[in-house]
Design a protein around this ligand. Sequence first.
Ligand code: MG
Ligand code: ZN
Length: 362
Amino acid sequence: MMKRNLLVFLAFLMFFSISCSSDNREAENTPKNIILLIGDGMSFAHVQAGILASENPLNIEEFRHIGFILTSSADAFVTDSGAAGTALATGVKTTNGAIGMDPDGNPVRSILHIADENGLATGLVASSAITHATPAAFIAHQPSRNMAEAIALDFLSTDIDVFIGGGRDHFEAREDGRNLVDELKDAGYQIAFTMDDVKRINSGRLAALLAPNSPLSYIEGRGDMLPEGTATAINILSQNPEGFFMMVEGSQIDWEAHSNDIKGVVAEMLDFDRAVGKALEFAKQNGETLVIVTSDHDTGGMGLHGFNPDTREITAGWTTGGHTGLMQPVFAWGPGAEKFTGIYENTGIFDKMLESYGFSKN
Ligand code: MG
Ligand code: ZN
């Protein structure tokens, strides 16, 4: 009897030590990979509209660590996506419209640049032009978000592994006559102009330019570009033994909210949530991946005034066709997720990601 108890005890010890070592990263709260998903303009009401409209629970409802960020820019209470993206990407508040630069016009490095310098694979996926303000803030340094061709050129000066979005014209039909698609090919990128091509690529470097400028809205027929682009990027980037950083943007939640179109907001919200699902699915089986979902600012100042549970139709009220200064939700899942609770400035997202990786700014 004693002997048997001892065996059980030893087996228990062995199991305990094995599970401890495999959970080491989780115990130390240091993720190997970070997937940051930004719903542009996605405030609380936009999230709740998605939850109400969907028959099944959203992926976003699985998150347990939730916080709030304050979004004002260096020169305005109400931010634009350039300054907000720069704050999230670089930890620096800047003036509205600026991309990856501080208020004095000095370039500031993003979490993507720092991850790359530390040997990680990096990627950007967006349902807008890949040169649009939010993804641009992670890779470019330009005084204005409107300089799409200069922003496209910045993709060639960073060692990014995968980018998927629209904006092909900014690479190919340029005022300076350069063909950046050819230059990307020479730099070793596989080029994709359709989702079918994207889905066929499962390793190496990938530049996917899926629309001349903006991809269609979800209602107009964009299809599964955002969730499937996210899955493709995760598959490629996760092959790097050092880990990866990627940012995924649900770009058009903002655009539908500018139009005060609740059906459009819901469609973009559910599409974004499917991308969140791809990230969570990977993170759950990987165990070393931190997933963060947040928004850059509120768009529309939307209120939810009515809901019909039979038709799942929502009656929304709007306070503006622009942005507001409302604080925004943060959802985190995986090793280090607890760091993201509380109320803090949007620059805290960068600070907490840097701390989670264990990297320094220099
Ligand atoms: Mg955006
Ligand atoms: Zn906007």
